[in-house]
Design a protein around this ligand. Structure first.
Ligand code: NAD
Length: 482
């Protein structure tokens, strides 16, 4: 028997589940197929982000930050605490509760919106058919749809030279589950995941956290000034960041891991108790479509799509981590909404020039738009304005004064081209810049806007004023009056 839907979505992560909800809101008969089985052996919606990614990592980042504050920062506020102890089991249980609540929340949203949740592994067949193999069952179920949205997500890249091994050599999922704090932690890859998870275990008491990064440049995707400030801050926190280092081999002997790597100085050996492999993610497209479906992939295995997420097949769209662009949950969700609108016959598009990126370390790092080095390289004339948090009253009250905000504006039109931040609550502050970019705003627009005092949001205001050489709470370099 074939079930007939207006839309079938493959994948229930932030891209797929949001697409499903929006399709249902638009009156389309919608099914979302997902194969995720959680640690408790139950099917769960939410994909990597909710189950083993953004949400559990942010939970541990928050908890570990509280642990550091209680030990080292409360006293400065005149709050005396003694005997601060880590209850790792409670911390992990809290994280699991948050994941359970949120994934259950999506199930409820599906029910409330009338989305059919189909559990199992889906494969795209020819002729807008989807075959579902329910987990643990031999029978299959065929779904037929007027429109199909592929949102299969991504999985951690594995290194041939460093195979995963039990709870010793793990990927980002395993790194959220250590039942004890490793003494010596190695991390391969100083990207977003390496920095976030390396920070968690350093804060929780790891004596040594070494990040081995293949590139010679730290955080090459970020603005250079921000990357320099971040490297300084992380090194001060005790993260040992080794750039230009390529791992060549790994041996696990009981509880010890011997790692061989090369850098400009030659061959090295290092010993760790645990090792996290965080060298990027790849699209989950293997086996996603039967050969006869004729789905076009690019040379890296991403699904080939146009600006509006159309694949080469009529009425088949693809969104999220499995298509070009940054692997970010919010980018996938917005693509899901756009595609739902297109299917419903509405006009829709995404402004890919204003996608916020955030690294949830301490200090937080966030950016959107062009970096200063990219503007320089492309010969665009620009002006920049920088405001350091040390001059913010609110940052002082928080006791969190490291970092700055930098805005980059077109020298002719003053249009906001880029925003780069490192410091307190930058994951929230970046939204101010993204809204300005989305509205085609200028730094003068931000300068003419009123912000609450005292708040961190004023620092964005000050950076905008600094673009025009007239910040109020730092001494501006002398310039002609404007
Ligand atoms: P990443 O691309 O951010 O970082 C991987 C790093 O590993 C890179 O710096 C790369 O140069 C390095 N690398 C690659 N091969 C290596 C090797 N053999 N030896 C040493 N270093 C090597 O990838 P990630 O940290 O694994 O994250 C995966 C994806 O998930 C990213 O696209 C990221 O944006 C996303 N993510 C986002 C967030 C967030 O938004 N805060 C959090 C986690 C993950």
């Amino acid at each position: 028997m074939t079930d007939q839907f207006d839309v079938v979505i493959i994948g229930g992560g932030p891209a797929g589940y949001v697409a499903a909800i929006r399709c249902a809101q638009l009156g389309l008969k919608t099914a979302c197929v997902d194969e995720w089985i959680n640690a408790a052996g139950k099917p769960a919606l939410g994909g990597t982000c909710l189950n083993v990614g953004c949400i559990p990592s942010k939970s541990l980042l928050e908890s570990s930050e509280r642990f550091v504050q209680a030990q080292h920062e409360f006293a400065d506020h005149g709050v005396k605490v003694s005997g601060v102890k880590l209850d790792l089991a409670a911390m992990l249980a809290r994280k699991e509760r948050i994941v359970r609540d949120l994934t259950g929340g999506i199930e409820q949203l599906f029910r409330a919106n009338g989305v059919t949740w189909v559990q199992g592994r889906a494969q795209l067949l020819a002729g807008k058919q989807v075959r579902v193999s329910p987990v643990g069952k031999k029978t299959t179920r065929d779904l037929s749809a007027a429109h199909i949205i592929l949102a299969p997500g991504s999985s951690p890249v594995q290194l041939d030279s460093v195979p995963l091994q039990g709870d010793r050599v793990v990927d980002s999922t395993g790194a959220l589950e250590f039942r004890e704090v490793p003494k010596r932690l190695g991390v391969i890859g100083a990207g977003v995941i390496g920095l976030e998870l390396g920070s968690v275990w350093k804060r929780l008491g790891a004596e040594q956290v070494t990040l081995l990064e293949a590139q010679d440049t730290f955080l090459s995707m970020a603005d250079e000034q921000v990357a320099r400030e971040a490297q300084r801050a992380f090194t001060k926190q005790g993260l040992d960041i080794q750039l230009g280092s390529r791992v060549t081999g790994c041996k696990v002997r009981g509880k010890k891991i011997d790692l061989a790597y090369q850098n400009g100085d030659g061959e090295h050996q290092a010993q760790f108790d645990r090792l996290i492999v965080a060298v990027g993610r790849r699209a989950n497209t293997h086996g996603l479509a039967a050969d006869e479906a004729g789905l076009l992939l690019d040379e890296w295995g991403f699904i080939h799509v146009d600006e509006q997420c159309r694949t080469n097949l009529p009425a088949v769209y693809a969104i999220g981590d499995a298509v070009r662009g940054p692997m970010l949950a919010h980018k996938g969700s917005e693509e899901g909404v756009m595609v739902a609108e297109l299917i419903a016959g509405h006009a829709a598009h995404i402004n890919y020039a204003a996608v916020p990126s955030v690294i949830y370390t301490q200090p937080e790092i966030a950016w959107a738009g062009e970096t200063e080095q990219a503007l320089r390289a492309s010969g665009v004339a620009y002006r920049s304005g920088v405001f350091p948090f040390v001059a913010s009253g609110r940052a002082r009250a928080l006791g969190d004064t490291g970092g700055f905000i930098k805005l980059l504006a077109d020298a002719k039109t003053d249009r906001l081209l880029g925003a780069h931040m490192i410091g307190p609550q930058c994951s929230e502050l970046i939204a101010e810049a993204v809204i300005a970019m989305q509205l085609g705003g200028s730094t003068e627009d931000i300068a003419l806007t009123m912000f609450a005092h005292p708040s961190l949001s004023e620092s964005v205001h000050e950076a905008a004023l600094a673009v025009h050489g007239r910040p109020l709470h730092i001494a501006a370099p002398r310039r002609r009056k404007s």
